[in-house]
Design a protein around this ligand. Structure first.
Ligand SMILES: Cc1ncc(COP(=O)(O)O)c(C=O)c1O
Length: 391
């Protein structure tokens, strides 16, 4: 099998959806699914001339949606942009790929956070980029460590609102340091702002893009606040790069389905999108509080809970040497879906579990916390020593 084919087959395995059981991440059923307005509006808009069967569309996306998204990110995330800078994507996954295609060439050096989102590092590998994994501490990416390891990288791929998977926001000092590096090096920053809307306490930091629109490619997604199968997201690019993003998009799949884009544009224009976000934020906040209380009560003493003020998942740190991969497998056999954290590191893996709370009612979360404790007691993986991985 060609080496790239083997690598891509592994990627497919990693992207095969997990069963929709607690604590799977991104399961937007029940009271967090878009309400009846979404369906009604969808039927109405789809029957109208623009969204009814139509010819090829613009690879940049439907203009009404580009306007609606530009208005939204300007007010909600302090992004500096005009509608013409917005390119509609099939989600952030595609935005990451497009950013790599447009900005970088095979063999270029890039920074990625350590730990990082595996869907992002797989893109960097597939584009034959040379990745320096830069450690993350309580303030986000450690810019000094990146400078020490590979000062002349061409780009940095970061999750500043809510570091994936650890959950902390990037501090203002780090934002400034990262932007100063990018300016000095003439490098790019790819800002994956995947769940910035779901903040439960305090004020969000402004986007990196808003601090320096000339250096930053901003990526947004509808997967977290609407639903992942919609496959819609957006890139906000500096004006001179927009056509290149559109060209890269056209070569992949021309454009996103225009009907869905018109439905989303109408949903946003009529104020239903912001109302939906306000509603689900309340639901998620309650679920988050339930899960924190349940874990506080049911987890063993050698397991540490690290809640974050944002997003749809929490972290459980296991003691050093525990085998989080084994524990996740044992939990799955008991109807519990947790993501092990250690495989998301390259340099100094720490064992832990990601627990999604977004898609489940409080009583399901509570019951699953009890079951997870039982699996831990039976499996003993959180005490087992794991061989150290090569860096
Ligand atoms: C950090 C991060 N970036 C990107 C994505 C991809 O999102 P999308 O569904 O928009 O492709 C995800 C999905 O879970 C994510 O967690």
């Amino acid at each position: 099998m060609p080496p790239r084919a083997r690598r891509l087959a592994e990627v497919a395995a990693a992207f095969t959806p997990m069963p929709e059981m607690p604590f799977a991440i991104a399961v937007p059923g029940g009271s967090v699914a878009p309400d009846a307005n979404w369906r009604r509006l969808g039927n109405r808009v789809r029957a109208s001339r623009a969204a009814a069967p139509a010819s090829y569309g613009d690879p940049r996306g439907v203009m009404e949606l580009r306007h609606a998204i530009a208005d939204y990110v300007r007010t909600s995330r302090a992004v500096h942009c005009e509608a013409e800078q917005v390119v509609i994507t099939a989600g952030t996954q595609q935005g990451l790929y497009l950013a790599g295609r447009v900005l970088l060439s095979r063999g270029d050096h890039v920074w990625a956070e350590d730990p990082a989102y595996p869907g992002m590092t797989a893109v960097l590998d597939d584009l034959d980029l040379v990745t320096t994994r830069v450690p993350v501490d309580a303030q986000g990416i450690d810019v000094d460590a990146g400078l020490a390891a590979r000062p002349k990288a061409r780009a940095a791929f970061v999750t500043p609102s809510h570091q994936y998977p650890l959950g902390m926001p990037m501090s203002m000092a780090r934002r400034n340091a990262l932007l100063a590096w990018a300016q000095r090096q003439d490098a790019w920053i790819v800002e994956d702002d995947y769940d910035s809307e779901l903040r439960y306490a305090g004020h969000p930091f402004p986007s990196l893009q808003g601090l320096d629109p000339s250096r930053v490619i901003y990526l947004g997604t509808l997967s977290k606040v609407l639903f992942p199968s919609l496959r819609l997201g957006y890139v906000v690019a500096p004006a001179p790069l927009v056509d290149a993003f559109a060209g890269a998009r056209a070569l992949l799949d021309r454009h996103s389905p225009t009907g869905d884009q018109h439905v989303l544009a109408a949903y946003m224009r009529e104020g239903l999108f912001e109302a939906h976000i306000r509603r689900i934020r309340g639901v998620y906040a309650a679920r988050r509080a339930t899960l924190i209380a349940a874990l506080d009560h049911h987890m063993p003493r050698n397991v540490t809970l690290q809640p974050s003020d944002q997003g749809m998942h929490l972290l459980l740190w296991l003691p050093q040497g525990a085998d989080d991969v084994h524990l996740a497998k044992a939990a799955l056999a008991d109807g519990i879906v947790v993501r092990p954290i250690s495989p998301m590191y390259r340099v100094a893996p720490r064992p832990g579990l990601m627990l999604g709370f977004g898609g489940f009612a409080p009583e399901e979360l509570e019951a699953a916390a009890v079951r997870l404790r039982r699996v831990m007691d039976r499996d003993g993986s959180q005490r087992r020593t794991q061989p150290r991985r090569a860096s």
